[in-house]
Design a protein around this ligand. Structure first.
Ligand code: GLN
Length: 201
């Protein structure tokens, strides 16, 4: 159980409910984040999959984007999945020219990078620190084209990273919230716990 954690799930658009369910299964309280005030007192935030251009529009229109980016850059742990990972990327290829980036991780991603033939696929992947494979679902997934020096690769498919970490930020090109295996969410919770023990709170 994680009785004292409160984890936000960005709930402007996309697959936020499934993340909230996974957190509940882990005994973690979650809060759907739709307004700036919903960011207060969070121990971490999840950016779900969905459609990153729509999410970007809504983040800009609500004013939430600037504040969220500020909190993440001040150290709020963040976990982005699929479209959420696109939102975190420093550089977005094949996005809309005005698409917002939260600049939460030094990665370059290409939207829908696995192409039409491979629009959606599933694959067992090995993840650093997990002792058996994780069944990963890729849905019109972004491909990670390159990573900066500070980014650690936790899993790859065909030489492309699919699960990456930089400091308090975790990102996956697949959808761990759509399977019953909770281990990738547990990795995020351990990042939150690390951040709490190293901060002065
Ligand atoms: N292709 C979507 C985008 O560009 C992401 C797909 C997903 O989150 N499943 O935002």
């Amino acid at each position: 159980m994680n009785p004292r954690l409160l984890v936000g799930v960005l709930a402007l658009q996309g697959a936020f409910d499934a993340h909230a369910r996974r957190l509940a299964e882990l005994g973690v309280e979650s809060r759907l984040v739709k307004d700036i005030s919903d960011l207060d007192d969070l121990d971490g935030i999840i950016l779900p999959g969905g459609e990153s251009t729509t999410m970007s529009n809504l983040l800009v229109a609500s004013g939430l984007g600037t504040e969220l980016s500020h909190r993440i850059q001040s150290g709020l742990p963040v976990f982005g999945t699929c479209a959420g990972m696109i939102m975190m990327a420093r550089t977005i290829q094949d996005g809309r020219p005005d698409q917002m980036s939260l600049d939460a991780m030094d990665i370059q991603v290409r939207r829908n990078g696995y192409g039409r033939q491979n629009d959606s696929f599933e694959q067992d992947i090995s993840v650093t620190s997990l002792d058996s494979p994780f069944h990963a679902l890729f849905i019109r997934a972004p491909i990670i084209e390159s990573i900066g020096d500070g980014v650690e690769v936790l899993a790859s498919v065909n030489e492309h990273p699919v699960l990456v970490r930089q400091a308090n930020a975790l990102a996956s090109s697949f959808h761990p919230e759509l399977v019953s295996d909770l281990r990738v969410h547990e990795i995020f919770l351990s990042i939150i716990h690390e951040s709490l023990t190293t901060s002065k709170r």
